[in-house]
Design a protein around this ligand. Structure first.
Ligand code: URA
Length: 313
């Protein structure tokens, strides 16, 4: 089964999921959406009321701010991948329960395996806890941790700025660091480093990725790296907790393969017509390959009772 097929199967499973009681109260489950070749993956908390109605992540007020933030990072919804820890809305937007997080864990694991991003940005406490247990967001937001070739960046949830206006600029500044972080991640993966933040490959997906070798061991002695936003973080992070929490994707070595992709294959994917983001960095000069008819956003067929899930490739 190739990657798009695996995504289709996963999305179908999420749409029909009955693993936890949230199945009884949801309108639509919200698997996630974006570019399946994305280099940057954003993981939020759980769908809210608007997402529950539409079956798409971050389409309410927090989503509008996220669109703006993506623009500050030179990204948009067609170049990133966005999903949540929980795929269904908790009633009245209450906090996710441990059993619900556990019930959804396999789905998120598979999404990470399939996207195999260079950078994972956690939005808010619940996705942060997956990688940075016992840390507090006010201390580590905007910092970077590299584990097994992947860069992890905890960020405030966009909704935090809606409740606390003072955080708005802090979050914007954190997002502005992403182009530099992505450049570093590309360099670490041996990928071509573009001037500015180029969008991820829109080249056709390689149908069958070779079976991945076993994941490399996670180093537990790497120092943390502090960006400006995390300057107030002065404690020693519990590295052993992080090492336990972060399970490298079994496909991690494939990032090297993506890194070998020729620069001309990195064409700008079509923008999401609804996204209110700033324009991304200009695409590379046209070449034979980049001007050839490229892939258009594909839509996964959905049951009539469910909204369309967008999955750009
Ligand atoms: N908040 C989230 O964490 N996810 C969404 O999809 C919407 C709001």
């Amino acid at each position: 089964m190739n990657r798009p097929e695996r995504f289709e199967r996963l999305y179908a499973e999420v749409r029909g999921c009955e693993r936890c009681p949230l199945a009884a109260t949801r309108t639509c489950s919200v698997p996630g959406e974006g570019n399946i070749n994305a280099e940057v993956m954003f993981i939020g908390e759980a769908p809210g009321a608007n997402e529950d109605k539409q079956g798409r992540p971050f389409v309410g007020a927090a989503g509008q701010f996220l669109d703006e933030l993506l623009g500050h990072a030179g990204l948009d919804r067609s170049s990133a991948y966005i999903c949540n820890v929980l795929k269904c809305r908790p009633p009245n937007n209450r906090d996710p329960l441990p059993d619900e997080i556990e019930a959804c864990r396999d789905y998120l694991d598979e999404q990470i395996d399939l996207i195999d991003p260079l950078v994972i940005v956690t939005l808010g406490r619940y996705s942060m806890a997956r990688y940075f247990p016992k840390q507090t967001i006010s201390r580590i937001h905007g910092t970077v941790k590299e584990v097994a070739g992947r860069f992890y960046v905890p960020m405030y949830h966009p909704a935090a700025a809606l409740h606390q206006g003072g955080l708005r600029q802090v979050i914007i500044e954190d997002f502005r660091k992403l182009p530099g972080i992505l450049q570093r991640a590309r360099r670490a993966a041996g990928a071509p480093v573009m001037p500015g933040l180029a969008p991820p490959p829109a080249a056709p997906i390689v149908a069958a990725r070779p079976a991945a070798p076993p994941p490399p061991p996670i180093p537990d002695d790497e120092p943390w790296e502090y960006e400006d936003g995390g300057a107030d973080f002065d404690g020693e992070p519990p590295m052993e907790e992080l090492a336990v929490a972060v399970e490298p994707s079994p496909t991690a070595p494939l990032r090297q393969e993506r890194g070998a992709m020729p620069a001309e294959a990195v064409a700008s994917p079509p923008r999401d017509a609804g996204a209110a983001a700033e324009p991304a960095a200009p695409p590379p000069a046209p070449t034979e390959e980049s001007t050839a008819p490229g892939p258009t956003p594909s839509r996964i067929p959905e049951p009539i009772t469910q909204p369309q899930i967008r999955l750009f490739d």
